[in-house]
Design a protein around this ligand. Structure first.
Ligand code: SAM
Length: 255
């Protein structure tokens, strides 16, 4: 899968994404990450990428022409007939989540458009953008961090990016549940022991314990998620028992 990022700060994207799991996937050719500098596609000698907003107001607006030329250069480079999906990162877009990450991971190529200043001239957005996506209800200085957040989450869903040990199958949001607590050595740390069941070697009991802790954690932190979870009989029984308890324990009791 190929990620193309249209940005004014390509080094930020390159540096941020070429480490750890994504760096390994890029080095082995499973994914391609290309940060393309919009400023390289300006036509004037001062390489202007922005201008004052019509109608007045604070800040600057990114001009359409360099973005159009940058986008066309990406299309030429791809050399494919069908147009790729183009994601504009914006605080007013649809809020990104794991379901969206999975859906986007099925694409062969994805193009990200990073805004800066007050944003981007509407005319280029309506010409090339297919998806308007926000990473949350707050305003950042630029679209680079949101693009990197999205690329990281999407790339993890691309087959071969995670090794078996790193499998995404048990992670938070799978089946609309949050992940159970994790422990590693030492067995007793700071006076606190690892839950006994995890040392028992009894895989069924461990699975049950993990399911129950996932339900506890989801009820505590993201109760709205659980309606979409598919629970087997035992899990349903536990969930109903928790619901019948008037006073849900806090996170410490969930361990
Ligand atoms: N004036 C814009 C508004 O009020 O919607 C905010 C512009 S913001 C300072 C500059 C750029 O950062 C945006 O064009 C967008 O690309 C990016 N950005 C900021 N917050 C974001 C968020 N929550 N999600 C995605 N992108 C964001």
């Amino acid at each position: 899968m190929n990620f193309y990022v249209m940005t004014l700060f390509p080094e930020m994207v390159r540096d941020g994404l070429h480490t750890s799991i994504l760096g390994r996937a890029a080095d082995s050719g499973i994914i391609g990450i290309e940060a393309v500098n919009i400023r390289d596609y300006t036509l004037d000698k001062h390489r202007h990428v922005d201008d004052y907003p019509y109608g007045g107001g604070a800040g600057m607006v990114m001009a359409p022409e360099p973005i159009k030329r940058c986008y066309e250069a990406i299309l030429d480079k791809r050399g494919k007939k069908e147009r790729p999906r183009v994601v504009y990162l914006t605080p007013w877009g649809k809020v990104f989540n794991q379901t969206m990450a999975k859906e986007l991971a099925a694409e062969e190529d994805l193009v990200f458009l990073c805004g800066h200043y007050e944003g981007i001239d509407e005319r280029i957005l309506s010409e090339i953008v297919t998806d308007y996506v926000s990473i949350g209800d707050y305003v950042l200085s630029g679209g680079e961090l949101p693009a990197m957040v999205m690329i990281d989450a999407i790339a993890r869903m691309v087959p071969g990016v995670l090794t078996n040990e790193e499998s995404g199958m048990t992670e938070s949001f799978e089946n609309n549940l949050l992940e159970y607590p994790q422990y590693t050595r030492p067995e007793v740390w700071n006076g606190e022991a690892v839950p006994e069941v995890l040392l028992s070697g009894n895989h069924q009991k461990i699975a049950e314990w993990r399911m129950e802790r996932s339900i506890d954690r989801t009820l505590t932190y993201r109760p709205e998620l659980i309606r979409g979870a598919v629970l087997d009989k035992k899990a349903q029984k536990y969930y109903k028992k928790r619901l019948s308890e008037a006073d849900l324990p806090d996170s410490k009791d969930n361990r």
